[in-house]
Design a protein around this ligand. Sequence first.
Ligand code: GDP
Ligand code: ZN
Length: 296
Amino acid sequence: MQGKIIKGIAGFYYIDTPSGKLYECRAKGIFRQQKIKPLVGDDVIMDVVSEDDATGNVSEVLPRKNELIRPPVANVDQALIIFAIVHPNPSYNLLDRFLIMMKQQNLPVVICFNKQDIAGEEEQRELEETYEKCGYKVLFISVANGNGIDELKSLLKGKTTVLAGPSGVGKSSLINLLHPKAQMETGELSRKIERGKNTTRHSELFHVEGLGPDTYIMDTPGFTSLYLKDVTIRDLPLYYPEFEMYEPECRFGGCSHITEPDCGVKKAVMEGHISHIRYENYKVLYEDLKNAKPVY
Ligand code: GDP
Ligand code: ZN
């Protein structure tokens, strides 16, 4: 039978199958045969050990579309980066770090701002302008009153989407809305296998209701604060796609857009073509990278 790994804990894999039945599986022999460790998001072939106990064994990991390093998951189609418009106000720096991390891993991104019900139009317009200008899809939603949820669902349909964002912005509320059984299942699983002792949370896929069998959203706890790995200071401008069209106007090739005179990017910021918010973040990240100790 084919299924999808939605969660892995302590040597057990939880496999979602087309009927909706969830099996608790081992993966005996997989590593020896295929030399890979099964990941959350993997499509697998499993043999049922007991229908009554809903247990089985994973016998094969099917070829992966892709594999993310952070978080370590397979077959992700896109990322949904979620912040609140207000309460809490977005950390632009963290948002840029998420954007850089997704771009590094070639994941398409949708930026979603929640709590539209309590935000003013002014705040919304600023965010929209800032991020649409650099080519991102920006969506405003309210989990509380349902605004924008249909549009969000149409973006999720048929895909596996990894959810990233700081705490307090409404991630759990959104997952509960998209997958009303989430809380209950998490409780059941932890009773069954960990007896509630271990409170460590793990990456987990949730099937989104009503959008067909292939729609999943992935919760990735601990995915809230980031440092930039494998980004060199020279590469940093590549992560700011809106700089590109002004770089030919820089006097120096390889301009860092920080201290050099006659910089096309700085000029564009001054003239309002590039967002101040984005440029200020660029400077902060530039300083961070300049002062970072190399990681070996
Ligand atoms: P998480 O930490 O990202 O998982 O955030 P939660 O889902 O726990 O939500 C944090 C707080 O924001 C809770 O008090 C929610 O009730 C509230 N919240 C979530 N979505 C909305 C929304 O759309 N509007 C408003 N006003 N509050 C929301
Ligand atoms: Zn420049």
